[in-house]
Structures are given as structure tokens and as C-alpha cells.
Design a protein around this ligand. Structure first.
Ligand code: ZN
Ligand code: ZN
Ligand code: FE
Length: 750
């Protein structure tokens, strides 16, 4: 029996070859009708006897980059359909076609660039509907070639034929290109373009130990041979980057030489997002010693552009691929900036003439016992909408401004949220420019007119100030409430799902009592929260200095435990008197229950971190690395009180130290203790029926040792943690938006 249906497809279905896929499918199944893109996704009207098979295949056979979130089918009595099947122009003049994230080179394109008989043999800008640059080349909407940085390249006849053929895998592939009509690659040295094969020259330079600046998808990288200690040390010296681990690029075979890769990790590496994946390091490898000193993990990514593949084929060696930027500034994206800023680091440049419209850092992800999790949400993952949890269908247009150190904002409308990519530390002027530009971009992308603005309660945050200056209704959201809501939202917790026990272990965030929070057990939901337990506060001596100098946190904790003499012994050369004076006078020494600073304190006592951290969380990561070596540790016993007593913890740690207990053992016991204190109290809230699940959120939950101890301590309970969004401040804006959507209060007028 012939059926006529109107089919609405929602999800990531535009710019991914969905319409030609529908066209091919309809031909195969003998349906007539049409397909088009509109504001909500893809709309189909079709009729034919094979309708049931058609509806199944729309989901099961969808193109690689497509994601079908919903398929709404409405049977029609009659329709005025064409005799065959047509792809129609997008409906509605002002309708905005969504753009998808940048995608790693697909197997078909890879085969093509390696096939000497193909016309794209060796071509570094090969792409198709299933792969290639998207968001990074978009200048404005709608997403078609004229609005991308491919606008200046006129398609040749051969490319145009592919572009116009619905049966071709390059049908409507906006960045389509070939050696005759597309972008060109060249090698540059000493400010001069060097004639010849750019890939061959780059490979030779890398093998000779040189450092190169290589233009990628979302920005420039600095690259060198990761096996050469001389090259890596030189890069560290030039970049003034003493210890922070370098990201690496290699094939799966190369990666396997230094790291264990599980099937789950290979899945992440090989997905179209092609993120940096943190992998457990083997005891021995062939990499330079200074690649990631002391780190139990290495961050690897696969080659994700044809340029990377060609280079990797030529070099056949692991490469450092670190983002190219001046200290504190964002990654360089344009050729002129690269020449001006990167010449001090790089001996040569691999350049091309396809502009990068938008800076996108590499995403960073890892596999935890609970599944894959995102640490940095950027290239390959953004822009991507996610459905809001049940109960938020009528959410207003909210713009949530996010935090400070890991700038990212979030838009909500019509039951969906759009979280921006990671923009970086908003203290930096260039990053701030980027943030402001992105605000406009994403609003256009999402057709979003903010009605309400959510900001962090900290008035000192740049994003908070900018949110207040917009002249809209502004709602301040407490930092750790936003963390709680972000984790709930990511897990699809319904708006009326009831209260949860949220263990928020984090860096710093302003609490309602005016002190700085960061180690809390909250009882709450999207709309409200109360503080049930917290880490005994200690002063942040010297304000910002307490963030970068772990010993300051150790000193105040030791002093509070009556162990000032230990502090004197451990930090003989530090300006201790200054810190003690600041604490006594209360000047520039705000109280904080930060879990992050507690990690710093313990790391400093165990002497596993420098006096001054050269990068964020350096001390905490060293402590985590130490604890990995001593699994299954027993927690220290701490008295049960809402304010978790920390002084006795430090007294015990010092006794252990004096008693000759190994540092790895102490580090592990500290992790176990923190987990145990919070888990015990959270469990009680569930036992008493006050909460129905435990939420784990905040930057400290990037620490897999902590996550592991916590999961063990919470065994048998329903636990919600982060997977699709970062546990750190990168997802703060998403939580802020949800709190505002659920907020019963009338917001204040800015
Ligand atoms: Zn492809
Ligand atoms: Zn061409
Ligand atoms: Fe935070």
C-alpha cells in the first residue's frame, strides 16, 4: 500500500550530505517526493510502498557526520508531489542553515590522496561531504562557499561537476577543492617562500631536528620530532615552557609504542572529531625525556587533515604538535601573525592560502572508568547543540556568560542548548576579543535573541561585567550551583527530578556567604541549593599568588594545624613572614574552602611541585601521578562534622612523612580521604531520602584517581558525572543557563 508522509528530521542533519543521502535512498526504494533544509532541520514529503523501509533507513544508514535526534512522521491524506524525487532549495529566505564541527579526513579522501592515479593525489586540501573544515572556515551565515574562506577559490569544471551531482560524495561539499582550483601549500624559511615540494621540505627539516610552524584547521601548531631530546628541549627553551606536557601527533602504530590504547580510546582518536586523547603512558618509550616530565599520561592525536597525513607519511615519526602562541595569548591563526610572532620559535613555516576564519583549539578528551569524558570542548566538537532535559522545553532565550579562566558561553532556546567552544583565559585581551566576536557568531548561528542573561556571581569576572552591560535582565548564579546544574543537565536530569547530593570539588568560586568556595557538598536542584558540608576554609594568602604558588597553601594549612615549625623546615627560603602577616591582618587573604588549593598544599608538603607553578594544576597533576603508583590506599579518618576538619589531616600527613611512609602512599591516602569524607556524607543524604542521586562535578574530577576512589566510595548509589561536557569551568555556562531557566526568582534589573 502506498503511503504519503511528511517527515521532519532533527539533529545534526545539515551540511553533512543528508539531502543527497535521502535522494539516493528514495531512488533505491522507488519513492517520489522532495527533501529540503529549513530552520528546524530537514523536511521530507514522500510517497511510496517502501515507506516503512525508508523510515528505518533514515536512521540506520545516515551519513557519517549526521546525527538524527528525532524523526517526526506525519501521515498525509494527499500531497502534490512530483513524479520523481527532488532536492529542493532551502525553504525560507531568512532561514539559517546550521554548520557542523570540523571533521577529520575520511577514509575515502585519505585513499584518494595516496592514490597516484587520482587527481587529488598528494593534495593537502582534499575533503568531501563526510570530512574537512567547516566551522573553522565560516565567516558568516548561511553556510555556503561564498561565506567561507573558500570564497576566493573559483571551482574548476571538474570540481563543479562533483559539487552538482547528488550521487557524488562531494555534492554540495562547500570547501570542495583540487590542485587546479583550490588552496596551495608552500614552505617558508627566513621570510622567503622556498620553491619545491612543501611536504618533502617540511619532513626533511623535522628529521633534521628543526622546529616548524604548521598551519592547521583551527590555528598554527609548533611541531618537532618528538623523539629528539635536542629538538624538544629547544622548543621548551624557546617557548619558555619548562614542564607542561606537549601534545603529540602520530599514527595508531606510533602511539602504541608509547601508550596503551584501549578500544574505547581508539574510538575517540579515530572519530571525526579527532581530539587529543590522554593515554596511559608505558614504562618505557622512544620519546624525548622532556616531552611530559613526570606525567603518567600523554596527549595524542591522529593526523586529522590531509596535510597532517601527507606529513606523517613522509616523516614516519611521532611529532610534537603544540598550539603556536605567545605566552598567555591565544593560538595564532593568520599568516602575517605567524610570521611576526612565531619566527622566534620556528625555523620554518608550512603555510597555505586558505584562511582560518575562527580560532579553534584542539579538543582534549580521555577515557575514564565511567566512559569517555571531555576536558576541553573545541575543534571537532563545536558547534553542537544538545537537547535540554525534560521540563525545559519552554526555556527562554538565555545567554549564559560562563566563568573566567576557561571562557565559554552558552545559549538556550526551544529546548536546546548551544555551548560555545573553549575560548581560553578571558584575562588576555586577544582572547577577550575572540570571546566577544564569538558571542555575535553563535547568536547568528542559533538565531538567538537573548531575553535573559546569566552571569557568575563574581563581579570581578570580565564575562560577568560584560553580561551586566548588555541592558537585559541579569541573573547572577553562584559558581558551584552552576557546576551542579551543568552535571544534572548533561545527564538529562528532569527539571522536576528532585534534589541531588552534589560533590563539587573545584578551584575557586564565590559562595553566597562572600567567601571563596571550592570543596562543597551541596543539596539541591536546578532552582536552589544549600551547603551541607565543606572543606574547612583557609586563607588564600596573597590572593592570586596563592593560585600559582602551592607552598603558600601548605604553609597556611600547617600553621592552622599547629605545625608552623614543619612549614619553616619545608619552605626555608620562601617569604613565610609575609604570608603569615597577610593571614594575621586578613589583607589579601580571603578564606577559601577550595579543593584545588588543598591539592596544591599536599603536593607542596610532599615536595612534588615547583615553588611556582608554570601551568594550571601542575601541582595537583603531580600529586595525582604520584597516587597512581599506590592504588587501593586506606583513607585517613576524619571527624564527622559539616565543616570537614583539615587540620588533623595535615597533622597525620606530617606524622606519616616523619615515620617514613612513602610519598606515593601518602598521596593516595589523601585522595582516598577526600573521596571518603564527601562520599560518606552524600550517601547519608540519599539514605535519609533527601536526595536521589550523587553528582560529581568541578575541575578536580578531571583527576582520574580521585574519580576512581569516589566511585568506589559511592558504590551502589546512582552517580551522575560528566562525559559530554567538561567537569571544569568549560561547562559552567551551560549550568548557569539551566539555573536561570529554572529560577523562580524575578531577576534583578541591571
Ligand atoms: Zn572525505
Ligand atoms: Zn578543482
Ligand atoms: Fe569552577
Amino acid at each position: 500500500m502506498t503511503q504519503i508522509c511528511r517527515i521532519r528530521v532533527k539533529g545534526q542533519v545539515q551540511g553533512v550530505g543528508f539531502r543527497p543521502f535521502v535522494w539516493v535512498l528514495a531512488q533505491r526504494l522507488g519513492l517520489n517526493g522532495w527533501v529540503l533544509n529549513d530552520a528546524s532541520g530537514v523536511l521530507i514529503e514522500a510517497q511510496g510502498a517502501e515507506m516503512p523501509a525508508f523510515l528505518v533507513a533514515l536512521r540506520t544508514e545516515a551519513p557519517p557526520l549526521a546525527r538524527v535526534d528525532a524523526l517526526d512522521v506525519e501521515p498525509l491524506q494527499s500531497a502534490d508531489l512530483p513524479g520523481g524525487f527532488e532536492i529542493r532549495a532551502s525553504a525560507g529566505g531568512a532561514i539559517r542553515t546550521r554548520v557542523t564541527p570540523d571533521a577529520a579526513t575520511c577514509p575515502d579522501c585519505l585513499a584518494e590522496i595516496r592514490d597516484p592515479s587520482a587527481r587529488r593525489f598528494g593534495y593537502a586540501f582534499t575533503n568531501c561531504t563526510h570530512c574537512g573544515p567547516r566551522f573553522s572556515i565560516l565567516r558568516s551565515l548561511p553556510y555556503d562557499r561564498a561565506q567561507t574562506t573558500m570564497a576566493g577559490f573559483t571551482m574548476c569544471a571538474a570540481c563543479n561537476a562533483e559539487y552538482s551531482d547528488p550521487a557524488d560524495r562531494r555534492f554540495h561539499a562547500q570547501p570542495i577543492a583540487c590542485p587546479d582550483c583550490g588552496p596551495q601549500l608552500w614552505f617558508e624559511s627566513g621570510g622567503e617562500r622556498v620553491a619545491g615540494d612543501a611536504i618533502a621540505m617540511a619532513a626533511m627539516a623535522l628529521k633534521a631536528g628543526h622546529i616548524l610552524a604548521i598551519k592547521g584547521i583551527g590555528g598554527f601548531h609548533l611541531a618537532c620530532d618528538a623523539r629528539s631530546e635536542k629538538s624538544v628541549a629547544l622548543l621548551r627553551k624557546r617557548k619558555h615552557r619548562p614542564t607542561k606536557p606537549f601534545a603529540l601527533m602520530g599514527t595508531l602504530e606510533i602511539i602504541a609504542q608509547s601508550c596503551a590504547t584501549t578500544p574505547a580510546a581508539r574510538n575517540l582518536l579515530q572519530g571525526p572529531a579527532a581530539p587529543i586523547v590522554l593515554l596511559e603512558r608505558k614504562a618505557r618509550d622512544h620519546l624525548a625525556a622532556s616531552i611530559a616530565p613526570g606525567s603518567p599520561a600523554l596527549g595524542w592525536m591522529l593526523p586529522y587533515t590531509p596535510l597532517h597525513h601527507l606529513l606523517m607519511d613522509a616523516v614516519k615519526a611521532p611529532l610534537v604538535m603544540t598550539s603556536a602562541n605567545l605566552s598567555g595569548e591565544p593560538q595564532v591563526i593568520c599568516n602575517a601573525d605567524a610570521r611576526a610572532k612565531l619566527a622566534q620559535f620556528a625555523d620554518g613555516f608550512v603555510m597555505h592560502d586558505r584562511d582560518i576564519a575562527r580560532r579553534l583549539d584542539d579538543s582534549v578528551e580521555r577515557v575514564t572508568p565511567g566512559g569517555p569524558t571531555i576536558l576541553r570542548h573545541a575543534r571537532g566538537r563545536a558547534p553542537n547543540t544538545c537537547p535540554l532535559p525534560p521540563g525545559f522545553d519552554d526555556a527562554p532565550h538565555v545567554l549564559a556568560m560562563g566563568g573566567q579562566m576557561k571562557g565559554a558561553f552558552c545559549l538556550t532556546r526551544d529546548g536546546e542548548a548551544l555551548l560555545s567552544h573553549h575560548l581560553g583565559d578571558l584575562d588576555d585581551a586577544l582572547t577577550w576579543d575572540e570571546y566577544e566576536k564569538a558571542l555575535g557568531d553563535y547568536a547568528a548561528l542559533f538565531d538567538h535573541q537573548p531575553q535573559r542573561v546569566a552571569v557568575d556571581a563574581h563581579e570581578g569576572f570580565r564575562a560577568t561585567q560584560a553580561g551586566r552591560a548588555m541592558g537585559l535582565e541579569v541573573t547572577p548564579v553562584y559558581h558551584h550551583h552552576a557546576h551542579l546544574a551543568a552535571c544534572l543537565g548533561e545527564n538529562g536530569w528532569p527539571r522536576d527530578g528532585g534534589k541531588v547530593a552534589a560533590i563539587v570539588l573545584d578551584g575557586l568560586g564565590l559562595g553566597p556567604d562572600g567567601t571563596i568556595w571550592g570543596g562543597e557538598l551541596l543539596l539541591g536542584d536546578y532552582a536552589s541549593f544549600e551547603r551541607v558540608a565543606w572543606i574547612q576554609p583557609a586563607p588564600l594568602a596573597g590572593g592570586d599568588a596563592a593560585q600559582s604558588e602551592p607552598w603558600r597553601n601548605a604553609l597556611v594549612r600547617l600553621d592552622a594545624a599547629g605545625l608552623a615549625h614543619m612549614a619553616d623546615k619545608l619552605f626555608p627560603d620562601a617569604p613565610r613572614a609575609l604570608v603569615r602577616h597577610a593571614c594575621a591582618s586578613g589583607l589579601n587573604a580571603p578564606l577559601s574552602s577550595s579543593a584545588g588549593r588543598l591539592f596544591d598544599a599536599v603536593a607542596a608538603i610532599l615536595d612534588v611541585c615547583p615553588a611556582r607553578q608554570s601551568h594550571e594544576a601542575e601541582a595537583a597533576m603531580a600529586l595525582e601521578a604520584l597516587a597512581i603508583a599506590s592504588p587501593g590506599a586506606e583513607p585517613y579518618m576524619l571527624r564527622d562534622a559539616p565543616e570537614i576538619p583539615i587540620a588533623p589531616l595535615f597533622a597525620t600527613i606530617c606524622e606519616d612523612l616523619k615515620g617514613g611512609v612513602g610519598k606515593a602512599q601518602i598521596a593516595a591516602r589523601f585522595h582516598a580521604t577526600l573521596a571518603e569524607c564527601f562520599a560518606r556524607r552524600a550517601r547519608r543524604l540519599l539514605d535519609e531520602g533527601q536526595a536521589s542521586a550523587v553528582v560529581l562535578t568541578g575541575g578536580c574530577f578531571q583527576n582520574v584517581v580521585l574519580l576512581d576512589y569516589m566511585s568506589q566510595a559511592l558504590r551502589g548509589l546512582r552517580v551522575l558525572s560528566h562525559q559530554k561536557l567538561p567537569a571544569n569551568d568549560g561547562s559552567l555556562a551551560f549550568g548557569q543557563a539551566l539555573v536561570v531557566c529554572a529560577s523562580p526568582k524575578t531577576p534583578e534589573r541591571s
